[in-house]
Design a binder for this molecule. Structure first.
Ligand code: SAH
Ligand code: SF4
Ligand code: F3S
Length: 451
């Protein structure tokens, strides 16, 4: 009797479902993949849990774009190795970009890992977990086409915004970047499947979708039927109940006039374009393999602003690329001053094994990279502070997204240009998921406050 009690401490019915814990390390695409894995596992009877200790299956969905993913994974796997001694049935899976790239090393270094599943195979995870008991360790990392996924639904945390992948992979070969290796060749999802999913998201209460792709503005090319992002936006725009559509990330070479005209014309489409410039120097851009120069980037900015004077532009920058001189870095600073972005992510260059840029000596000292990064960030914050101050006293329309992450007494929402606005909550929870007009009273570089 005592033994039975120890094995089943709750008096409820025996547990029929198995539990899964997923930790996500990468970008929104990685997050969306985790939601897909949870959706598929859910259909196979798995329930998500909050901690690895409660889980029968632990999945790490990894990233290898520039950080030290491996260190983080190593420490977590160390803890799990101990747990596995107590609970031999525990299964451990490594998914995502690092799994795709470093499958052999993962299997060699970490015997506690049962499954390595790549960026095009994660939908098979439920089946792989079933099989691993019989077959022993499994590695599934082939690249494939976008399978027909109509009717398969990702499990998302409830909210106002849903991430919707519409493209996978990348056909560019920027010399510093691992993504073409971790995600393979570009492929687009069929527009009907995207529309189906967005309709079902709206029925569930989501009010905004953010379409995802590494070069989302190249959407449709591989479908060969004339589909493009402008058509997809028009198609989704008609969905009743959907209030906003965003898309990230765009490549400057693929932003057509037709796309800009469409963004300008459709009121539900965010006036917010994430189009990384990466650098301001033509020589560095050439070494990066970006396929545009400074002038072409500036022409894109002109084309966008001529149609939408209020459009917010967001950029990524890499500082300290091999051989970047002080003068070349100043060209990036000058580009930032000239364009005045609504936001920017600034990264210090880090060598990614296997990318073409490994042939270039990583010769900018770490301290210099740090300093350049800080300078660019400081300038960006200065611009944002000034731009925000100009909005004081003005009314803006926001889509209310929910409680503020930093202050539970406040609600937050976003303008059509994706600026973050915070206002007092007091009995206004009913506004979540609706469009509201609020007056800006004060601001910081990152946030607008409204009454
Ligand atoms: N597909 C997107 C971004 C992919 S990765 C695009 O093409 O814009 C996101 C950002 O990480 C990149 O825009 C770049 O700024 C940064 N990044 C990628 N590889 C990097 C590296 N090796 N070192 C530093 N930053 C890098
Ligand atoms: Fe990487 Fe360049 Fe492709 Fe972006 S466009 S994912 S930076 S190779
Ligand atoms: Fe995303 Fe990281 Fe892969 S940024 S595409 S998860 S390498």
């Amino acid at each position: 009797m005592a033994g039975w009690l120890a094995a089943a401490p709750s008096y409820g019915p025996p547990r029929m479902t198995r539990s899964v814990f997923i930790e996500t390390f990468g970008c929104q695409m990685n997050t969306a993949d985790s939601e897909q894995m949870l959706g598929r596992l859910g259909q196979a009877g798995w329930t998500p849990v909050e901690t690895p200790e409660e889980a029968d299956l632990v999945v790490f969905n990894t990233c290898s774009v520039r950080d030290h993913a491996e260190g983080k994974i190593r420490s977590r796997l160390g803890v799990l190795r101990e747990q596995k001694k107590q609970r031999p049935a525990l299964k451990i899976a490594i998914a995502g970009c690092m799994a795709q790239r470093e499958k052999d090393e993962i299997l060699r270094k970490w015997p506690q890992v049962d499954i390595v599943v790549g960026t095009d195979q994660f939908a098979r995870l439920p089946e792989l977990v079933e099989r691993v008991e019989e077959t022993g360790r499994i590695c599934a990392t082939d690249f494939g086409d976008w399978e027909d996924d109509r009717g398969v639904h990702a499990l998302r945390t409830e909210g106002v915004n849903a991430w919707v992948p519409v493209m996978r992979g990348c056909n560019y070969n920027c010399t510093y970047c691992v993504v073409p290796f971790t995600r393979g060749r570009e492929k687009s999802r069929r527009p009907e499947a995207v529309e189906d999913e967005v309709r079902s998201l709206v029925a569930k209460g989501f009010r905004q979708v953010t379409l995802l792709g590494q070069t989302v503005d190249a959407y449709g090319k591989t479908l060969g039927d004339g589909s493009n992002l402008a058509c997809l936006l028009r198609r989704l725009h008609g969905i009743e109940g959907l209030l906003r559509i965003r898309f990230i990330t765009s490549h400057p070479k693929d932003i057509t006039d037709e796309l800009l005209d469409t963004v300008a014309a459709l009121p539900k489409v965010a006036k917010h374009l994430h189009v990384p410039a990466q650098a301001g120097s033509d020589r560095i851009l050439r070494l990066m393999g970006r396929r545009y120069g400074r002038d072409e980037y500036l022409r894109f900015v002109e084309r966008a602003r001529a149609r939408m004077p209020e459009v917010e532009l967001l950029s990524d920058f890499i500082v300290g690329f091999p051989g970047e001189t002080d003068a070349e870095f100043e060209e990036t600073v000058a580009l930032m001053r000239q364009v005045r972005f609504g936001g920017a992510y600034v990264f210090t260059y880090s060598v990614r094994p296997g990318t073409p840029a490994v042939r270039l000596p990583d010769d900018v000292p770490e301290a210099v990279k740090k300093e350049r990064c800080n300078r660019l960030l400081a300038l960006q914050l200065e611009h944002q502070e000034e731009d925000h101050r100009r909005l004081h006293g003005r009314e803006v329309e926001i889509l209310v997204e929910g409680a503020s992450k930093t202050d539970a007494d406040m609600l937050h929402g976003r303008t059509i240009g994706n600026r973050n606005v915070v206002f007092p909550r007091q009995g206004r929870d009913g506004m979540v998921g609706t469009l509201q007009r609020v007056r800006v009273t004060r601001s910081t570089a990152l946030t607008l406050f409204a009454d």
